[in-house]
Design a protein around this ligand. Structure first.
Ligand code: ZN
Ligand code: ZN
Length: 310
């Protein structure tokens, strides 16, 4: 039982843990041992408690890995770890109140940051496969589940420290969908080099790249919001009405902001607990010409750039 408390304390000490492979593997090993111990005693309550702790560790670990990947500019990999953290938060929330009980494990913070990162990632497209599943097995007892035969284990419930899921046995794909709202977020569609077959990641990661440089540790609480400012036409001397509108709408200026008092520019404000505000203006990929690069407001420093997309 001392081991049990030691693990709880380690998981609560999220701020000071090393977050390296060795330390995390050590915690996992202790949890496996504890699960075995409680299962042998037929202590269902504590076996379930071990499952909770293990899931908490996974959430923390995936989140830290996501940040590490982003820092190393492995941005798609970072995205996948964010999804793993999100999924495990979902599993845990069936058996644990994240907001009320999870604070000492930093879970509400992780949940918030995972969601914010996901919102600021590029506008990915995903593929999703619709399958026709004829039969599936229960992950707890391995019995075949059909509409007439049910083993009695409840889906998503915890038995002997394991979560009950259905494992599809006899299934075939029926359709493939291209979507913005997938069940599995790792299924991102990428371009491919036709000759070499190599995957090409053409998505625009500028916001995530900017943000990740501002973040110095895994327990940092940060926030963001989109802001808008109207910049008068006099600032855009070379702009022709047939040019693409600098507001990034993708429309020609004539069909977009030409009728307005100026051009509506959106930018993001980031702030951390220190309350220092960072501002970021998303840049287009093909930057042709920079016309404006100075503050236009007493408080807000806008770094706006005029561009043409060819
Ligand atoms: Zn079963
Ligand atoms: Zn516009």
């Amino acid at each position: 039982m001392n081991e049990f408390e030691a693990v709880v304390n380690k998981l609560k000490d999220f701020k000071n843990r090393l977050h390296n492979q060795e330390e995390e593997d050590e915690i996992s090993k202790i949890l496996l041992r504890l699960r075995e111990y409680f299962v042998n005693l037929n202590d269902k309550k504590n076996a379930k408690e071990v499952w909770r702790l293990h899931t908490i560790q996974l959430i923390q670990r995936h989140y830290v890995n996501a940040l590490k990947c982003m820092k190393r500019k492995q941005l798609y990999e970072g995205w996948c770890f964010l999804e793993l953290a999100e999924k495990n938060l979902e599993y845990l929330s069936d058996h644990f109140n994240i907001e009320e009980q999870g604070g000492s494990f930093f879970l509400p913070l992780i949940k918030k940051q995972v969601q914010q990162f996901q919102e600021l990632y590029p506008d990915y497209w995903f593929h999703s496969t619709g399958t026709d599943v004829k039969t599936s097995r229960c992950s707890i007892c391995d019995e075949i589940i059909t509409p007439r035969n049910h083993c009695g284990h409840e889906l998503r419930e915890i038995y002997d420290g394991f979560r009950c899921v259905r494992i599809p046995q006899d299934f075939k794909p029926v359709h493939i969908t291209i979507t913005k709202y997938p069940y599995w977020k790792y299924r991102v569609i990428f371009d491919q080099n036709e000759e070499t077959g190599e995957t090409i990641d053409n998505y625009d990661y500028s916001i995530v790249n900017y943000l990740i440089e501002l973040i110095s540790n895994c327990y940092e609480d940060w926030n963001y919001k989109w802001e808008e400012i109207t910049i008068p036409y006099s600032e855009f001397k070379d702009l022709e009405k047939v040019d693409y509108c600098p507001c990034l709408s993708g429309k020609k200026n004539l069909e977009c902001c030409a009728e307005k008092d100026g051009i509506l520019m959106t930018y993001i404000e980031f702030w951390k607990d220190s309350s220092k505000i960072y501002k970021y203006q998303r840049k287009p990929k093909k930057l042709y010409k920079v016309v404006l690069k100075r503050g236009t407001h007493p408080i807000i420093v806008v770094k706006a750039e005029l561009f043409y997309i060819d």
